[in-house]
Design a protein around this ligand. Sequence first.
Ligand code: ADP
Ligand code: GLC
Length: 473
Amino acid sequence: MNVIHLSAECYPVAKVGGLGDVVSALPKYQQSAGVNAIVVLPYYDRKFVQENEFEVIFRSEVSMGDWSSRFEVLKEKTDKLGFPLHLIRIPGLLDRPEIYSYPDETEQFVAFQLAFLEWLTKFEVRPDIIHCHDHHTGLVPFLLNYSYRYNHLSDIPTVLTIHNAQYQGWISWDKFNYLPDVDPSKTGLLEWNNCINPLATAVKCCWRYTTVSPSYLKELSYNSNGLEALFEMEKAKGVGIINGIDTDVWNPATDAMIPATYDTDSAGKGKTANKKAICKEFGLTATKPLIAFIGRLVGEKGADLLPQALTTALSALKLKGKANILILGSGEPAIEDALSGLRTSFPKSYNVFIGYNEALSHQIYAGADFLLMPSRVEPCGLNQLYSLRYGTIPIVRSTGGLIDTVIDISEPDGYGICFQEATADEISHAILRAVELYQNSEQVSLLRSRMMSLNYSWHQSANQYIELYNSLK
Ligand code: ADP
Ligand code: GLC
C-alpha cells in the first residue's frame, strides 16, 4: 500500500510541536508494518536540510491566481528517517527558515498544496491513500474532488488527521482566485463563517477524518473554535486514534541527550542523577521535588495561568521551602515576560528557559519528578506520554487526550495527578498534591515502575491507521 503523508512539520526536519513528532514517527512505524508511507513537506532552509543530501526528482510549474513559479521536488537520498522524505521547493516562497508566521503564510500553504497536486498528476503509480495533516493541507481533498484540473484523481481516498482544530487556516474570499477552476456548484464546501476555511473544507471533503485521541473526537462537537455544528454533522466520518511515541527517540535507557541513562530497574538512581544535573544548571535544589512545564506558551496550554498559579503555590511552599519549578517554553511575549519576571521572586526554587531546545526537553523529562500540563485544549498531548516513559509523574487538566492517557492516583491503577478546571487555583492545588505525594518515596517509586511499564509505542496506533486505510480501498 502506498500512502502519502502531507504535512507542514516532520521531526527532525521541522518541528514546532507534536505534529512534527507524529509525522516523523507514524510513517516510520507504518513502513515497518509493510506500508510504503512517504512524507511530503514544504522545503525549509533549516539544519536537517542543509546537512543532508537531496536529489531533485521532479520539476514543473505551479500557478496561483496571476502568480506562477517553477518548483522542484527534492528527495532525501538515503531515507535516513526510515521513510522517503520529499520537500517541495518554490523559490522565494518555500525556501525559508521558519515553519510558520510569515505574512504570506496563506500563499505558502496554498502553493504547497497546488505544487503537490501538479506532481501527483505525473505519478506513475497512483497512491492508495493521501493522508493530510491539519489545515495546511486541507484544500487537497476538495481540489481532488472538484477542481477540473485534478478531479481525474478523485478516486484516491483522502484521510485528514486533526491534530488541533483551534487553527483552521482561514483565507479571505478575495483569494478564491488562487484556486484552479472548480465546479461552481461546490464552492460552498470551502465556506465557513464568511471565509474559506481549509480545515472545515477538509472535514467536509475527506473520506474519513481522525482526531489524535478518542476524547478529543467527542469534544469537537462542543468545543472546536466555531466548527462545533460541522463536527456534529460529519461525526459519522470521524475516528479517534490516540497518538503513540517513537520509542527509539524517547527511551531513557538509550537517550544520548540525557546525562544518565536508566531503565525501570534503575529509575530511582537514574532520575536522581539527571535531576542533580538539571538542578545544578538552573540553580535549583535537587533534594526538593522538581515540577516542570514544557510547551508552547499560549492560552491553549494554560500557560497564561502559570504566573499566578506558581506564585500562589511557591508562596505557600516558600514558607516550607519544599519545591522547585522549572519552565521550558516560548510563545506569547506577555506570558514569556511574566514567567521570566517570577525568577526574582523565587530565586532558588524557580527558573525558566525561554526558547525552543530539544535536548533540554529530554533532560527535563528525565530529571523532573512531575510534569505539569494545565491545558485548556489538548487534542492528544505527547508531553505526558514522554514523561510516562521517563518515569515522571504527569499533573494534568483532564481534557482531550489527557483524559485518555492519565489516570489519577486515587484510582486503583492510577499514576498521575488530574484536575478538572483550567484555573490558577486548581493548578496550585494540584502542585500541592504533588509535593505531598513526593514525601512518600515508596509510592513514588511504585508509580514510576507503573508508568514506565505502560506501552504507548506507535505500533498499535499505526496499525489502527492501516486498518482505516484498508477500509477505504
Ligand atoms: P503541541 O503539539 O500542542 O505543542 P504536544 O504535547 O503534542 O503539544 O507536543 C509538544 C512537543 O513539542 C513535545 O515533543 C515537546 O517536548 C516539544 N516542545 C514544546 N515546547 C518545547 C520547547 N520550548 N523546547 C523543546 N521542545 C518543546
Ligand atoms: C497538536 C495538539 C497536541 C497533539 C499534537 C500531535 O499540536 O495540540 O495535543 O499531541 O498535535 O498530534
